[in-house]
Design a protein around this ligand. Structure first.
Ligand code: MN
Length: 712
């Protein structure tokens, strides 16, 4: 811990023997003098702060210019010294850096999304000028959050959240893993105190267990190193609290489902060793292919390299192992600072990928100045964006974060996607729109009668699923338009042929259609059918030049369709009456029914046995029968099933309902006691005969004790 200037100077000389010590001394004495009457909120002398900031940069082994600028970083902002004073005393390079830091401080203290994006943009601009501005700013923020305790909770929260939203992502993009994690770990506690307490408590409860397991695996890995005579250091840790928080938050799971809670790292000498160790680890434990990442072969954009793999022990314990060389480790910790070249100024960074990334961000932002997108771009893969799920046979499917059973179904096969009806996730029936979590086991139930619908597009996130759904809808729409267009056109053609005694050959029609810019007849029918204005007066004039324009009538718009419930029943003595079904008794086709004329709702259909019908005046009661010809309508019914919850039960129940080609709309589960559950199932049936078959079969399922039909 550096507390005094001479310690700082010694540290700098230890890695940079040619450092300009006169410059460092002068910077320190100017800063000490400028801040002489100031105190930090912690009541310490102010100079402690720039000294600590400079010490962080010394830990990163930065050059003397950076250290001097760090010592002076608050002088222009907080004291009587001006930019010109610094320029005169230390030259342009240092005064530019100090000024850059000062400018960013002025725009800080922000909470809204827009203001955050603005801050971020200015920081990136400053950095692409001289990256040392940001390195000082990161070190400055690091010391500030270390001393947050001295501030009010509101200020703590604001500063901590800003750190998580802006500073940590920048550190990540610069590849500076160590400072980024420090920033995140400390800020998390202040930014989300309740979540922090909760997760810290849960982790603490498992700490002894976790350390014991980790110690055991470490021993085994040491044995591996020894056996292969490989030099290496093994570290281990429990997943960081903020990473756990993000995972729980994102996937809505409990700590027990966090499969990479335990993590180990092997740091060795050579890349060959890394791969050799990986091979041995995959031999020794069951490894999970989708969790395997080779960032050695393909480094991250921020320069990070390592092998990541997740393996499972015989008793089902999962842990993650990272394997890297010492050099990779240094780059993972210090990022851009790991490459510092003292002799070359900062010109050596001109071609650095990491800075190029920031320059590209600024360019993109100029084209699309949406602050939300800009922020999320910079945060980017701080938050992992994949989930992996399993088929019932244990095959792993890797999907984009936010994926639903629809995406899964299409990932398996497009036929399964096109006809997916329901999904069973971890033994529970869920709607197709449910977001999947890593580790979920999925089963898709298909039905030939199901086809993709527009709704699916709202729930699909993978491009494969979206493309397939779109193309199905388009095909179907095209076919409908073509069909409709053909009918409209044939009617018009008949009419004109008859009225004006036109004799047109097929070829003549094709030619005329080409004349109005349709490539072929199908294309023409689609345009007509999709209500395109192609058959307006102008279009018809071109199609029938022999007819006098005053005789041409443009095609009429089709009539809007009205509620179709009226067609389900026949009512004696009435036609086209408004029909609705009573909610009290919820009649379905096959039930004995009667109608009741109301003032506002037209004819309301009740079951004949419904108690509410008893009080209806006989004059308003009507004889009603089901229209047996209508077969394409489904009625919703709801049942409560009292069951003992056993694995496979839900799947058995839904298979029965699906077996009758009935569509399940909803399932809710309510705990009655420790073992007893009430399943509230809503599904669709065509008529009472289908319903009674389903009911019978449900009654025969083991562990189902009671079946009660409810109001919908
Ligand atoms: Mn400061």
């Amino acid at each position: 811990m550096i507390k005094r200037f001479f310690e700082l100077q010694e540290r700098v000389l230890s890695y940079h023997p040619d450092a300009n010590t006169d410059l460092l001394k002068k910077a320190y004495s100017v800063a000490a003098d400028a801040h002489i009457n100031q105190k930090r909120a912690t009541n310490e002398p102010y100079i402690i702060h720039p000294l600590k900031v400079a010490a962080t940069l010394a830990d990163l082994k930065l050059d003397d210019i950076s250290i001097a600028a760090a010592l002076l970083h608050d002088v222009v902002e907080d004291t009587a010294y001006t930019r010109e004073d610094i320029d005169r005393l230390f030259g342009k390079e240092i005064s530019d850096i100090v000024w850059g830091v000062t400018k960013i401080s002025k725009i800080s203290n922000v909470d809204s999304e827009n203001a955050k994006a603005e801050t971020l943009k200015k920081m990136i601009l400053a950095m692409t000028g001289d990256v040392r501005v940001i390195l000082i700013k990161l070190a400055d923020r690091y010391h500030n959050i270390l001393t947050l305790d001295a501030l009010t909770p509101e200020k703590q929260k604001r500063i901590a959240r800003e750190t998580l939203d802006i500073y940590a992502p920048i550190a990540y993009r610069l590849g500076m893993g160590k400072i980024r994690m420090e920033l995140e770990d400390i800020s998390f506690k202040y930014a989300y105190p309740e979540d922090y307490e909760r997760i810290a408590g849960e982790v603490d409860a498992r700490r002894d267990w976790a350390n014991e397991k980790l110690e055991g695996i470490k021993k085994e890995l040491e044995g591996v190193l020894e056996h292969f005579k490989i030099n290496g250091e093994i570290q281990y840790r429990i997943k960081r609290l903020i990473s756990i928080y993000r995972k729980l938050h994102r996937q809505n799971i409990t700590l027990d489902r966090v499969y990479d809670l335990l993590a180990l790292r092997i740091i060795t000498d050579t890349v060959e060793n890394c791969y050799a160790l990986m091979g041995e680890i995959h031999q020794r434990w069951t490894f999970i292919p989708v969790r395997w990442r080779d960032f050695i072969a393909t480094p991250k954009a921020n320069g990070y390299q390592s092998i990541h793999t997740t393996v499972m022990t015989k008793e089902g314990l999962m842990f993650e192992i990272q394997i890297r060389t010492r050099e990779m480790h240094r780059i993972a910790e210090d990022g851009i600072a790991a490459h510092w070249k003292y002799k070359e100024g900062i010109a050596f960074l001109d071609n650095d990928q990491r800075l190029q990334w920031f320059r590209d961000m600024i360019e993109t932002h100029k084209e699309n100045p949406n602050p939300r997108e800009f922020l999320s771009m910079v945060k980017g893969d701080l938050i992992p964006n994949e989930v992996y799920v399993f088929t019932p046979k244990g095959k792993v499917i890797n999907l984009k974060k936010g994926s639903t059973p629809i995406d899964f179904a299409y990932a398996i096969h497009s036929e399964i996607g096109d006809h997916c009806k329901m999904a069973i996730v971890n033994e529970s029936l869920v709607p197709l729109k449910t977001q999947l979590n890593s580790g979920d086991v999925l089963e898709i139930i298909t039905s030939k009668e199901i086809n993709p619908s527009i709704d699916w597009l709202k729930y699909a996130v993978t491009s494969k699923a979206k493309k397939k759904i779109m193309s199905y809808i388009q095909r179907k729409e095209f076919a409908q338009y073509e069909d409709r267009g053909r009918r409209i056109w044939n009617r018009i053609l008949r009419e004109y042929r008859r009225k004006y005694n036109l004799k047109l050959s097929e070829q003549e029609i094709v030619d005329r259609v080409r004349n109005i810019h349709c490539t072929d007849m199908d294309n023409f029918f689609r345009s007509v059918g999709s209500n395109n204005k192609i058959l307006d007066k102008g279009g018809l004039k071109k199609l029938f030049p022999e007819i006098s324009p005053k005789d041409i009538e443009p095609e009429r718009k089709p009539v809007k369709r009205i509620s179709q419930l009226y067609r389900l029943v026949n009512v004696e003595g009435y036609r086209d009456v408004d029909v609705s079904f009573a909610r009290c008794c919820n009649p379905i086709k096959g039930d004995k029914i009667a109608g009741f004329i109301t003032k506002n709702r037209g004819l309301v259909i009740h079951k004949e046995s419904c108690a509410n019908l008893r009080y209806v005046m006989p004059t308003r009661r009507l004889q009603v029968n089901w229209n047996v010809e209508v077969a394409d309508y489904s009625y919703e019914v709801r049942y409560d099933l009292v069951v003992i919850d056993k694995p496979g039960l839900l799947s058995a129940i839904s298979t029965i309902i699906a077996g009758y080609n009935s569509n399940i709309r909803r399932i809710e589960n309510e705990n009655i006691s420790q073992q007893m559950n009430k399943l509230k199932i809503t599904f669709e049936v065509k008529d009472t005969s289908q319903l009674s078959k389903i009911e019978e079969e449900l009654k025969s399922v083991k562990n189902v004790f009671q079946i009660i039909r409810k109001k919908v």
